[in-house]
Design a protein. Structure first.
Length: 210
């Protein structure tokens, strides 16, 4: 793993496993963003799913619709679950910051909450890289928790982890500065299906490579 952030994220999601899917897979805004993405994809589109988790709902939904999906996740446990749950997609356990991928090789990139475990500078660099990985006219769908925090220590589903994020306006500015045009956005409050969970903000953007 590339750094302490990557190793820490892997440890957290190894521990959570399928519990994470049960808590977060029902987000209405996330499903709305997936439907919007599917409207933009060509038939048999090539999709990179960054932070693919257990494979559900993102990789499963896209693969069932006939798209070719490559999921990448730092968690070995998550990748093992995804391989079992979504056999018609491909998954690799790796840090996306270190993975060698073909520029222009994808019609879409999905990054649902996977940037939160990276420092802000890495998030901005990854957004620029996503643009290079997309074919001309390709689309990015990205989900985040829009809070102004930098390397903050939080307890997430009982696991200690460090996160960084931007407020909604700053995140949108970071995405557009990386070379994207925002086509659609949705902000919402979602209460995860987990213990003493409280409503938390979500922001989803669907963008086209400019």
């Amino acid at each position: 793993m590339g750094d302490d952030h990557g190793r820490a994220a892997a440890a957290v999601f190894d521990a959570l496993g399928a519990e994470y899917e049960r808590a977060f897979a029902g987000s209405p805004a996330r499903h709305a963003s997936l439907r919007r993405l599917m409207d933009e994809l060509p038939p048999h589109g090539r999709v990179l799913d960054v932070g693919s988790g257990t494979g559900r709902p993102t990789a499963w939904t896209l693969a069932e619709a006939g798209h070719t999906v490559l999921g990448v996740d730092v968690s070995r446990v998550m990748v093992e679950l995804a391989v079992r749950q979504v056999p018609n997609a491909s998954f690799v356990c790796a840090d996306i910051r270190e993975l060698d991928l073909e520029e222009g090789g994808f019609d879409a990139v999905c990054a649902y909450f996977s940037l939160l475990q990276m420092p802000r500078d890495d998030q901005a660099r990854m957004l620029r890289r996503f643009g290079r990985l997309l074919a001309p006219g390709g689309v990015l769908v990205v989900g985040t928790v829009p809070l102004d925090v930098e390397d903050a220590s939080v307890v997430f589903m009982g696991q200690e982890m460090r996160v960084s994020s931007f407020d909604a306006a700053s995140f949108t500015e970071t995405v557009t500065a990386a070379g994207f045009t925002v086509l659609w956005e949705r902000g919402d409050l979602f209460t995860p299906a987990h213990g003493a969970a409280v409503p938390e903000p979500e922001l989803f953007l669907l963008c086209r490579r400019a």
